[in-house]
Design a protein around this ligand. Structure first.
Ligand code: 0X9
Ligand code: CA
Ligand code: CA
Ligand code: ZN
Length: 324
């Protein structure tokens, strides 16, 4: 890109420091969990936010994850904004207080720490998307968001070519980062019941809210009933009305296979969404690399959408008028 790295974006050490600072400031509300290690042995972390945070309570769990794609730095700011807002406004903002009291919220701010750190290593951005696992070509890495194990490698939704930006890897789960997220999500089952009810995988760019499936243009397929589809659509459309993004099924953008949301819904029954943040389209200054100075406006913009999303976690089907 030739664009100089903006030091306003949060890099890996700063992300860890920010998480530690949030936990230090709100030790009863926030905790840091190391969920595993990246290919280059960086700790991958989740921030848990809830009342009585040290106790695994019987409360619906919600996951926000960010920066699976290295160059999508604005998503880290989004994740840290949410963690900051949910803790600092607790006890002041009644809406936040009741959501934090009644849910267990997990935030993974940097799913691809190796790629993110490389992209920010300067002096100019590296245009890195994938992880940092060597593949024998000069375009290092595997696309972690094509490496999940639901319909992996199907249907033209990923690339078999190692140099491609959507290289799917040698097999499903060949990236340590996807495996860490899978194993951690599987660990959230209690008595066979997945505790995580909803998830958002935060990307840039396009200003979109998308739901599964990404692997097929069809809406209703095995693994997605009409009510389940309608529930995704209702919640996704509500979020898009709030933040001004465009709602739709993921395949409406293009077909993907092995992405996070298809696995989270298809394998774990978690109501799952992809956000594509600012900007709406490529322009001369931005694409993946708007100035970090846009972060306050572009994160605050999603506050209400995130809180509405948290509100459905106890019973997503309520969004279509069906309790069950
Ligand atoms: O291609 C992706 O992984 C995501 N877009 S990005 O520009 N951030 O790389 C979109 C994934 C959502 N699924 C579908 N669009 N099918
Ligand atoms: Ca709690
Ligand atoms: Ca729990
Ligand atoms: Zn992305």
């Amino acid at each position: 890109t030739g664009q100089p790295v903006d030091p306003g974006y949060t890099d890996y050490p700063e992300m860890i420091a920010a998480a530690d600072a949030i936990v230090a400031a709100h030790p009863t509300l926030a905790s840091k969990v190391i969920i595993g290690q990246s290919f280059l042995a960086k700790n991958m972390i989740a921030i848990k936010i809830s009342d009585n945070v040290a106790t695994d309570e019987n409360e619906p769990e919600v996951l926000f994850m960010a920066n699976i794609h290295a160059r999508e730095h604005l998503t880290v700011e989004m994740a840290l904004y949410l963690a900051t807002e949910l803790t600092s406004q607790y006890g002041t903002d009644s809406r936040i207080t009741s959501l934090v009291d009644s849910r267990e919220i997990w935030i993974i701010p940097m799913l691809n720490p190796d790629g993110a750190q490389y992209d920010l290593s300067g002096p100019t951005y590296k245009d890195q998307r994938k992880n940092m696992q060597p593949n024998g070509t000069s375009k290092i890495g595997t696309d972690i968001n094509r490496n999940f194990g639901y319909k992996w490698g199907c249907c033209g939704g990923s690339s078999p070519f190692k140099s491609s930006d959507t290289y799917r890897g040698t097999a499903a789960w060949s990236t340590p980062e996807a495996t860490v997220v899978r194993d951690w999500i599987l660990s959230r089952r209690v008595g066979g019941q997945q505790q995580i009810k909803e998830a958002i995988d935060i990307h840039t760019y396009g200003e979109l809210v998308m739901w599964p499936f990404g692997y097929t243009f069809s809406s209703i397929v095995p693994g997605m009933t009409q009510d389940q589809y309608d529930t995704h659509k209702a919640i996704g459309t509500e979020m898009a009305q709030s933040n001004g993004y465009w709602p739709g099924q993921g395949s409406g953008l293009y077909i993907t296979s092995g992405d996070t949301v298809d696995w989270m819904w298809g394998d774990q029954g978690i109501f799952s969404f992809t956000w594509e943040m600012y900007p709406k389209s490529f322009d001369i200054v931005t694409g993946f690399y708007p100035p970090a100075s846009v972060a306050p406006a572009e994160t605050t913009r999603n506050r209400d959408a995130a809180l509405r999303f948290l509100g459905w976690a106890d019973c997503p089907f309520r969004s279509i008028g069906k309790e069950n």
